[in-house]
Design a protein around this ligand. Structure first.
Ligand code: LLP
Length: 378
């Protein structure tokens, strides 16, 4: 599965991306979305590697960006501005001006305060900003607390109770045009029932608003579809069909309304692995540590969210032994897995940390003055 012969000439650690799996994932996604007339935007934050972005842009889907830098990267990769959405609670003035200049599809507005700034900047530029209101529906996504975004205690979106004053603000401004409602309740959601609850909340809201003649052209339900970190080879392509069916069967779209999605993890996660070389096998009193040359600086998910990633020794076929797989960073959380069963491992072996295509390379840092990981895509 891994072209190990190439790996020996590549400096470790590096991300290995399986281009065929990415293309197959995109092909399936595009077919299933196309059959339903759904619009998909790739959440650039999941993986902004320029080659990955180019491949995804070439597939024809749009982009979901959270910063001016991401908008720039998306445009450079070939995503058309007309397919870019821009969400985020803290859009800086220059980012708003840049997005206005580029004429992106839509700003997903997260507060009344932000709306005022967009109004002012659009006026200054004699422009009209297309906006969707990001609504906080107060739904528990039942995922890790750091990646739950749709509860009223979270900083994201506008509470339903505060919408009225925002509608008045929009009516008073000739420089913003309300085109959509946006929702994103969290990430790595495996219980699809959660999206059913979201559909019901949106139906209720649209019922209430239609009585007051408020209707928008599109609904954007964000992203969040989870992937199987335990079995990366079993179902490498997420079940987009079952996911879309939830919306098709439960969300009442009105008068030709378009449905938009912002998917990140489900598109890129399984196509990436972090490849790292074993530096030492350190024998402790209670443990045997496999010390690798990748650290939490290259893949922070286990340290930050206690995330589980499958770990494999891809150069040994010896009997399994029990190890803790750790990195060289000066933090005890710099651990990729405890009590992992690996083929007997020696210095110089290569280890693959699987399901690392999403929020892996994108979250890498230079802590401890390290260099950023490289990548190989083929
Ligand atoms: N739309 C918005 C507004 C978002 O904030 C996100 C992710 C997405 C879409 C894409 O969600 P996805 O389909 O990838 O679940 N670093 C964390 C995940 C953070 C997600 C942030 N927002 C992790 O490694 O699990």
């Amino acid at each position: 599965m891994f072209p190990i012969s190439h790996f020996n000439i590549t400096k470790t650690p590096f991300y290995y991306y399986d281009k065929t799996l990415l293309s197959n994932t995109l092909a399936k996604l595009i077919r299933l979305a196309g059959e339903r007339n759904y619009h998909v935007h790739y959440a650039v934050k999941a993986n902004a590697n320029p080659e990955i972005l180019k491949l995804i842009a070439a597939s024809g889907i749009g982009a979901d960006c959270v910063s001016g830098g991401e908008i720039k990267a998306a445009l450079e990769a070939g995503f058309p501005a007309k397919k870019i959405v821009f969400a985020g609670v803290g859009k800086a003035d220059w980012e708003i001006e840049y997005a206005l200049e580029k004429k992106i599809f839509c700003f997903n507005v997260e507060s009344a305060e932000e709306l005022s700034v967009i109004e002012e900047l659009a006026k200054k530029k004699e422009n009209i900003a297309s906006i969707a209101l990001r609504i906080n529906p107060n739904i528990d996504a039942h995922t890790h607390e750091y990646i739950t975004t749709g509860l009223s205690e979270n900083k994201f979106g506008i509470p339903i109770e505060m919408l009225d004053s925002i509608f008045s603000q929009i009516q008073r401004s000739p420089h913003v045009q309300l085109v959509g409602f946006h929702f994103h309740i969290g990430s790595q959601i495996l219980n699809l029932e959660t999206f059913h609850v979201l559909c019901e909340r949106i139906n209720q809201l649209q019922d209430d608003l239609s009585k007051r003649n408020i209707q928008v052209k599109h609904i954007n339900v964000g992203g969040g579809l989870g992937v199987d970190y335990e079995n990366p080879d079993k179902n490498p392509i997420p079940d987009f069909g079952r996911y879309f069916d939830i919306f098709q069967h439960n969300l009442n779209l009105r008068g030709g309304q378009q449905l938009h999605f912002e998917l990140g993890r489900s598109i890129v996660c399984q196509c990436g692995s972090l490849i790292t070389r074993v530096l030492y096998i350190k024998k402790g009193i209670e443990k045997q540590f496999v010390i690798v040359d990748a650290g939490m600086t290259d893949l922070i998910r286990p340290a930050l969210y206690q995330a589980h990633h499958c770990i494999e020794n891809i150069t040994s076929d010896m009997e399994k032994c029990r190890y803790d797989v750790v990195g060289p960073i000066c933090e005890s959380s710099d651990c990729f897995g405890r009590d992992v069963m690996l083929n007997e491992t020696k210095r110089g072996d290569l280890i693959a940390i699987r399901s690392a295509g999403a929020y892996g390379e994108a979250m890498a840092s230079q802590y401890n003055c390290r260099t950023l990981p490289g990548y190989l895509i083929e």
